[in-house]
Design a protein around this ligand. Structure first.
Ligand code: SF4
Ligand code: SF4
Length: 303
């Protein structure tokens, strides 16, 4: 099928009209270990028991294995900084306050495809939001949307690290590709110092930031399915995820609010602390909290 050449500016206009906060486009050439550090991350066992991270390594590095003939990766950011923080005994990572970002971003990616097809009826793309093995942060970096901060997350100059990432992988070339921003962490180490578990590290020689999931509260509260958690892992009151390394980031402090936490939603989230399994399932159906079971939710609160 004919793959039309995309106007980069027209795609970005369409992305903004759909509601994305930022859009960048990268050429779909394979990622190298030097820019990525993925092999070293795996070699060090920093993926803990997430065996699925060892799978599809070739696909993670090369989008043309996800979509034959891939020419471009269109990367979209959606900010989630909430209007206020939830405190209390069962803290939840801020990205999970609102609707499940997988559902929201997927819907928006299909809207963007439809918008581009108004100009180019032959346009086709594979939408990706966590469910496809693709390295979101690296493609966002390539697409000029930020840098990989010492907190190991993408840091966008406007949204900070409070943003979720989605991609469209397409066989269409673009008339312009974005280039990576330089790293602006400078001599700040606030996130490294704030981590209660010393989970933030880096590659030995190239100093690419790496997260040691075996030490990370976010990994343990979400991915670890064991009946009990290692006693030395400090959860800082979180029962889902952990934001300690993000709360201190100067780029996050100055980021614009992108989600209004209504009194109704706040009350729903507060009620979760005592929810029984059925109520928990009902509420989390359209929430990022659906990644964990009620038994994990209880375990995390008791840890
Ligand atoms: S999420 Fe929490 S435990 Fe994990 S690296 Fe950040 S501060 Fe450390
Ligand atoms: S807290 Fe400082 S070092 Fe960490 S990501 Fe933010 S700017 Fe970079």
């Amino acid at each position: 099928m004919h793959s039309p050449t995309l106007s980069s500016s027209a795609v970005k206009e369409a992305a903004a009209a759909v509601g994305f906060d930022a859009c960048g486009i990268a050429a779909a050439t394979p990622l190298s270990e030097e820019e990525w550090g993925y092999a070293e991350w795996l070699r060090n066992g920093y993926h803990a028991d997430m065996a699925y991270m060892e799978q599809y390594r070739d696909l993670r590095a090369d989008p043309s294995l996800l979509l034959p003939g891939a020419q471009s990766v269109i990367v979209l950011l959606l900010g989630y900084k909430p209007s206020c923080l939830m405190e209390g005994p069962a803290r939840i990572a801020q990205y999970a306050y609102g609707e499940d970002y997988h559902e929201r971003i997927k819907r928006m990616l299909f809207q963007l495809i439809a918008a581009i097809q108004l100009q180019h009826p032959d346009f086709q793309a594979k939408p990706c939001v966590d469910t496809v093995p693709i390295s979101d942060k690296q493609w966002a970096l390539r697409a000029g949307l930020g840098w990989i901060g010492r907190n190991t997350l993408l840091v966008n100059p406007t949204l900070g690290s409070y943003c979720n990432i989605g991609e469209l992988v397409t066989a269409s070339p673009a008339d312009h590709y974005d280039t990576p921003l330089s790293n602006r962490c400078a001599d700040c180490h606030a996130c490294v110092d704030a981590c209660p578990n010393h989970a933030i590290t880096h590659t030995a020689h190239t100093h690419i930031p790496l997260l040691d999931a075996t030490r990370c509260a976010s990994y343990h509260t979400i991915e670890n399915r064991a009946e009990t958690l290692p006693p030395h892992i400090r959860l800082s009151g979180y029962a889902f995820g952990c934001d300690c390394c993000q709360l201190v980031c100067p780029y996050n402090r100055q980021a614009a609010v992108r989600y209004t936490l209504t009194p109704e939603r706040k009350a729903q989230l507060e009620a979760l602390a005592e929810a029984d399994p059925a109520a928990f399932r009902r509420f989390t159906k359209h929430s990022a909290l659906n990644r964990i079971r009620h038994s994990q939710w209880r375990r995390n609160q008791d840890s």
